[in-house]
Design a protein around this ligand. Sequence first.
Ligand code: SAM
Length: 479
Amino acid sequence: MPKQQGYLMFGCRYWLTSTLSMNSPGSFNFPETLLKDIQQVCSINGDELIQAHNIDQPVSIRINPFKPITDFNSMEPVAWCEKSFYLPQRIPFIKDPLFHAGCYYVQEASSMFLETALKQSVDLSKDLIVLDLCAAPGGKSTLINSLLTDNSILISNEVIKTRIGPLAENMSKWGRNNCLVTNNDPKDFTPLETYFDVIVVDAPCSGSGLFRKQEDAIEHWSEENVLHCSQRQQRILEDIIPCLKPGGVLIYSTCSYSSSENEQIGDFILSTGNFTAIKLERPDSGIVETISEKGSYGYRFFPHLVKGEGFFIAAFQKSHEEPEVSHYTKKKLVTKPAKEELNLIAPFLSESVLNMVIKQKENFFLVNETIASELNLLLEHLNIRKKGTLIGELKGKDFIPNHELALSVHLNASVSELDVDEENALVFLKKSDIKARPETPRGFCIVRYKDKALGWIKNIGNRTNNYLPKEWRILTDVS
Ligand code: SAM
């Protein structure tokens, strides 16, 4: 195998077949230095890569396994992720009530390879504590969450405050009670040394892999920014690596083509002396394996070789030899609701999870046992913005169910409901009032479309009140 600039030309299935025709009329203005950089780690056909940027990107979705639907089953599946499909063309998802119900997530196909990486490197049948460090808006977090046991914890973290809202909304739509959303800088995790079984770092990057998806991305691309991103990625990893358990798995990914954000970061991880690179099996679908100077395996996605955008992912296992740190907290344990309070909540929740309700001030949350036992430690160190499922609050003697409960997979199946057609589902999702039927019971009712819960109304006889949170409503014209 020939060796160039310290990188083995190994594992690449596609070799340079022609000289590069950069910036020719009608072709995509791909940065020349970037193409050279790619070809130093992996020989691909530069012309074909550039040409792929003139073709429309594929549209793909991933089904929520906890809210299964069959509407997309006849479509082409994504080879490396279960229950994921390519759509023949983009549909106006905003007009689909099932999208609002959290039945699927619209996700770029290449990045779904995270599922393969996790399945091959982690024993997902165990209860795990997983950190998705750079999580907003929640594409990877909803995917990770689909793979975890009921009693695992997923901490979906995002450092930028304004990105927490969409992240929390997407995790609420996914409907499980095993997730926390936090708003922290990577260095805030320092006290949680050797705490996590798995850490996923989907790092902020220069974004060249999304040139086709986001047309303006190319204008913001520069070598200076690539360097800046690479340095930031190293700082993020330096901060978070100590938080991984001995034997734990680190998954690193970017949507950049630059080797300094990919293979060189793999080398940086190995240089900490604590990691082994994990080699992954791939379906025969054009995914390119690279091996870095220090021997880390990387998996690259190019839009002319796979049906997806540019993406990079690598997996590492931390040595078992490092000592594990024990964590103690002096704070009091979580509060359980009183019996009378639980009696008010019981009609809204599946019986099997009633013992998992906790109380904070006037609010009630549904968490799992692992969250209940870890919550005080986590509250001590992290800025928790969502814990499990916020199921509701007590106002006087009334229990007011929260929207998160409407979307929860633990909603009591026998709660009163109003089945609606597509037109009325969209009226509800615009937060306009919908009509109940004469036989609809008074009080809180779930609005259901095709058997999937959309939210609460309160039927007060002559009219209904719409309890959809204002920030969730559809603002665009969907008629
Ligand atoms: N994982 C997300 C998904 O699949 O939907 C996409 C994450 S995006 C590639 C990277 C995220 O890192 C952004 O949400 C960004 O706000 C966040 N970020 C930016 N600077 C950061 C920093 N210094 N440390 C940690 N995260 C950062």
